[in-house]
Design a protein around this ligand. Structure first.
Ligand code: PMP
Length: 469
């Protein structure tokens, strides 16, 4: 085993990883990247088919990104945001607010933090405290079943992934949940399974929307008003790439508005062009012309180069925290690296690239190619559902597509397929039995074909089957 791999085995504890399995094999040690390709310490190369856990937008070592970070590094890497301002953070805040506009509406203030979890934690605390100050004694939150909003204790409380969260149950505060619009496995979808995205052939009356309405009305009736509705717009990521049928988001946000609840949009995965029509904007809420009271962004904020996050919010929320010093209405929350100058410079460079005409054209082309390329996977009988929104797709593998019978988690089907893809030089991580493909925006046609081809071959290797014509 190479030296670095040995050190890793000896000293590093990896996230979301069964370390007993990890210690059985020599890990891949990544040493460099260029565009969509990354290399390991043995000189093997891989395509980064999940954009380095959903963060990378423009590819690795992009000259403009590197130049912006280097230029900032020559000035200063970091200065405190407690008591001091800085140029990149101020410019970035302006740009985030301007790119989040929906007509005249949208957030007006930016609170910086470090990652998706802390961005959600900020939204949660601000919303809670806003309502408390406006006379609600116990503000309450409603989020979606299967939701994952991060790993800090507040973010975990908003989440509903039993496997991850049950161990911490007694540490958490209570939140309510409503069914996510998971058309493929929805008990209200009367359609027989077809070889297509279940959203396209669903037969239902949007019972999932009615369920959200019911949560709000019941909470009101029992005097436990819901004050915050938390949602990953257009697609729930870690829940298994659960894509929402068109119109769902508009309907549920309208319900939240009717009950005067904050709409808290977790755009940690969906933000920065990942799921939107480029012409509509960079954020998922903009796809359905919706403005949120809170927008949490992270992952793609710096193009995947540095850890940084932000929570955007509105003037009324900001104003609820204004007062004389001795009133102590201050938002007592913040992190040492808040408003980091290097991170903000990377984010500005990334937004510059994203808002260029070239990026718009490339993303449009990539989405079309992606959609076309994925269709061949329907040939494999263990593909049950395939959900693509923009530049992300979840391919759900099932034992029997006619009955939707699922594989058991302990069979590790997703892991085995991804391991077979790694052998073919394509890296991604599954969510249970869902294979995620999330190419960086710079992915050329032939590399995209290689990613999809590797998945197709791996499916036939791990789950040998007759091809469906
Ligand atoms: N929200 C969503 C929607 C996410 O997908 C994630 C990460 N997968 C988070 C929050 C937490 O982000 P982080 O891992 O950067 O803390």
């Amino acid at each position: 085993m190479q030296k670095i791999a040995q050190l890793d085995h000896e000293y590093v504890w990896h996230p979301f990883t069964q370390m007993k399995d990890w210690l059985r094999e020599e890990p891949i040690v990544i040493t460099r990247g260029k565009g969509v390709t990354i290399w390991d310490s043995r000189g093997r190369k891989y395509l980064d088919a999940n954009s380095s856990i959903w963060t990378n937008l423009h590819g690795h070592a992009h000259p403009k990104m590197n130049r912006a970070i280097n230029a900032q590094l020559k000035k200063i890497a970091h200065s405190s945001a407690l008591g001091l301002a800085n140029e990149p953070a101020a410019l970035l805040a302006e740009r985030l607010i301007k790119s989040n506009k929906v007509g005249e509406n949208g957030p007006t203030k930016v609170f910086f933090s470090d990652d998706g979890s802390t961005a959600m934690e900020v939204a949660l605390k601000l919303s809670y405290e806003y309502w408390r100050r406006t006379g609600v004694s116990k503000p309450r939150f409603l989020s979606m079943e299967g939701a994952y909003h991060g790993d800090t204790v507040g973010a975990v409380s908003l989440g509903h992934v039993d496997l991850f969260h049950r161990a911490f149950k007694n540490l958490l505060f209570e939140t309510d949940s409503a069914p996510a619009p998971y058309c493929y496995r929805c008990p209200h979808n009367k359609a027989e399974p077809q070889r297509a995205d279940a959203r396209s052939y669903r037969k239902c009356d949007f019972e999932c929307v009615t369920a959200v309405e019911k949560k709000f009305s019941e909470a009101n009736r029992s005097g436990k008003r819901i004050t915050g509705f938390v949602v990953e717009p257009l697609m729930q990521g870690a829940a298994g790439m659960i894509a929402q049928p068109e119109g769902w988001l508009t309907r549920v946000c309208q319900i939240a508005r009717n009950y005067r609840a904050h709409v808290i949009a977790d755009e940690v995965m969906t933000g920065f062009g990942r799921v939107t029509d480029p012409a509509k904007g960079l954020f998922a809420m903009q796809q359905e012309d919706l403005a949120a009271d809170f927008v949490a962004v992270a992952k793609g904020l710096t193009g995947g180069y540095l850890p940084m996050a932000a929570t955007l919010t509105t003037r009324p929320v900001f104003e609820a925290f204004l007062g004389e010093y001795e009133e102590f209405k201050t938002f007592f929350h913040g992190h040492s690296y808040t408003g980091n100058q290097l991170g903000a410079s990377a984010a500005l460079a990334s937004l510059g690239l994203l808002q260029s005409r070239q990026s718009l054209a490339e993303r449009t082309k990539l989405a079309t190619r992606f959609d076309r390329g994925l269709q061949r996977l329907w040939k494999h009988p263990n593909v049950g559902d395939m959900r693509r929104v923009g530049l992300v797709a979840g391919i759900e593998l099932v034992r029997n597509w006619r009955t939707r019978e699922a594989f058991e988690l302990r069979e590790r089907v997703g892991i085995r397929v991804c391991n077979a893809m790694t052998k073919r030089g394509v890296l991604t991580r599954p969510i249970g039995n869902v294979i995620v493909l999330m190419p960086p925006y710079c992915t050329p046609a032939h590399e995209l074909a290689k990613m999809i081809g590797a998945l197709e071959e791996s499916l036939f290797e791990v789950l040998p089957a007759e091809s469906l014509s």
